[in-house]
Design a protein around this ligand. Structure first.
Ligand SMILES: Cc1cc2nc3c(=O)[nH]c(=O)nc-3n(C[C@H](O)[C@H](O)[C@H](O)COP(=O)(O)OP(=O)(O)OC[C@H]3O[C@@H](n4cnc5c(N)ncnc54)[C@H](O)[C@@H]3O)c2cc1C
Length: 404
């Protein structure tokens, strides 16, 4: 049984970490199948050795979600030196010359500007931080000129270097009850009751087990991560449609992807979403790795451990019978796992947007502190990393303030 340890996790921070409570029995079968294929069980996968399969560790306390808001904001929200404005949408950073001086935002139909005496910290995500920089005149000169935005600092790196964990889905049909049969009515109520009474069960998780797998033993890091879920769905033109039969999903994604996408604003209107070009499988390495991940997932479904439970493969499915067909399937079916990052890259090279102290290069009084500063997408989900960036960023801001 895993417990937080000082060497790998610590146990005194604002965000509690715990193993998934009341994981579905097929999560244990997933661990057995992984072991059968040579991937060990490793409940300390957030420690020094990442390779292995485990019941997923989640940001929860007693089954309750520990978000950044509950861990960091809620405890300090009454501080006299903190003012939180909700339902406010930032439109751009106001600048005077090369200095950031305020934040323009809309609220209740009115546009206002909050003036900054000190620094402005932009933490609007890997999609919206580069968008707001561009709207503020900080970004690729050609893009800004096209939309009639005055250039404060020309930097082609803003919005570039977009990265994701490209994933595919291996879906098995099974003969035991899964979430597919429990989306409404009494079964959903029973899951809600289990959560209310015990803080456990299917209402507390999406993927009760995960695995970090090397597709080739000589690799020095696991190049695939699996999320294991007790559900199965199809993508349809109308959106996601749950299968009407019990199913499990093994979702391999490429770690440390090499592909790079980009995003850019489509106009100078802050209400317009940016154009996003993920290019997730642009590098052949990522496509090849994902295809190997799918094959590994298929082997898991065909393992001795799963044999008593699996009654068929829904995806990729029997129609995808050749290597060529599988590559084609992955190329068309791949999607992201909600881990966009890298669009305001930290660094000291020409493509960097922020310096190692997270200050926006070329502009004074402005930092970016969020997932957009990640130079290279890591192996593993990036929420904890985003929190660590926030912690480190806060230290850097304090250090800067003390030095003045
Ligand atoms: C559906 C989903 C599931 C995920 N599951 C996991 C998971 O299981 N594990 C994991 O590790 N990671 C997961 N992630 C990823 C993780 O949530 C993100 O990587 C992380 O939140 C990124 O942090 P961030 O601070 O960069 O951006 P965010 O958390 O997105 O914070 C940006 C904030 O800025 C605000 N904002 C943006 N634009 C404006 C504006 N113009 N004006 C005012 N406010 C603005 C947003 O409302 C938001 O509050 C998931 C993401 C999604 C979407």
């Amino acid at each position: 049984m895993w417990a937080p340890s000082a060497t790998s996790n610590g146990n005194s921070g604002p965000i509690r970490i715990a193993p998934t409570r009341g994981a579905h029995r097929l999560a244990g079968v997933f661990l057995d199948a992984m072991r059968e294929l040579g991937t060990p069980t490793n409940p300390a996968y957030n420690g020094e050795e990442q390779t292995g399969a485990s019941i997923t560790h989640v940001n929860q306390s007693g089954g309750w979600r520990q978000s950044a808001a509950t861990g960091y904001l809620k405890p300090v929200r009454h501080r006299a030196n903190l003012k939180i404005l909700t339902d406010a949408s930032v439109r751009r950073i106001a600048t005077t010359g090369k200095r950031a001086t305020g934040v323009e935002f809309s609220r209740g139909g009115r546009v206002e500007v909050a003036r900054a005496r000190g620094e402005i910290i932009l933490s609007a995500s890997a999609i919206n931080s580069p968008k707001l920089l561009m709207l503020s005149g900080i970004g690729p000169g050609s893009v800004l000129a096209r939309h009639g935005i005055d250039i404060v600092h020309d930097n082609a790196g803003v919005g570039a270097n977009l990265q994701e964990h490209a994933c595919a889905h291996v879906v098995g049909l099974v003969n035991v009850r899964t979430s597919n049969l429990d989306t409404g009515g009494l079964p959903a109520l029973l899951h809600a009751a289990r959560f209310a009474l015990f803080g456990a069960g299917q209402a507390t998780y999406v993927a009760p087990a995960i695995a970090f797998v090397k597709t080739r033993p000589e690799l020095d890091y696991p190049d695939i991560q699996f999320h294991f879920g007790v559900y199965g769905y199809d993508f349809t033109p109308e959106g996601v449609r749950m299968l009407d039969r019990p199913a499990v999903t093994l979702q391999p994604n490429v770690n440390r992807s090499r592909s790079r996408g980009h995003l850019e604003i489509r106009s100078a209107d802050p209400d317009q979403a940016p154009a996003i070009h993920p290019n997730m499988l642009g590098d052949p390495h990522d496509l090849e790795t994902l295809v190997e991940g799918v094959k590994y997932g298929q082997r898991v479904l065909r393992s001795k451990a799963f044999a008593p439970f699996v009654v068929g493969e829904h995806k990729p499915g029997p129609a995808v019978a050749t290597e060529e067909a599988l590559v084609d399937h992955v190329r068309h079916a791949a999607s992201g796992v909600f881990h966009p990052c890298g669009t305001c890259k930290m660094g000291i090279d020409a493509a960097a947007v922020v310096d190692p102290a997270l200050r926006v290069i070329g502009v004074e009084g402005l930092r970016v502190i969020d997932s957009s500063i990640i130079p290279q997408i890591p192996s593993g989900n990036i929420n904890a990393i985003s929190l660590a960036i926030g912690e480190k960023g806060a230290d850097l801001v304090l250090k800067g303030a003390r030095a003045v």
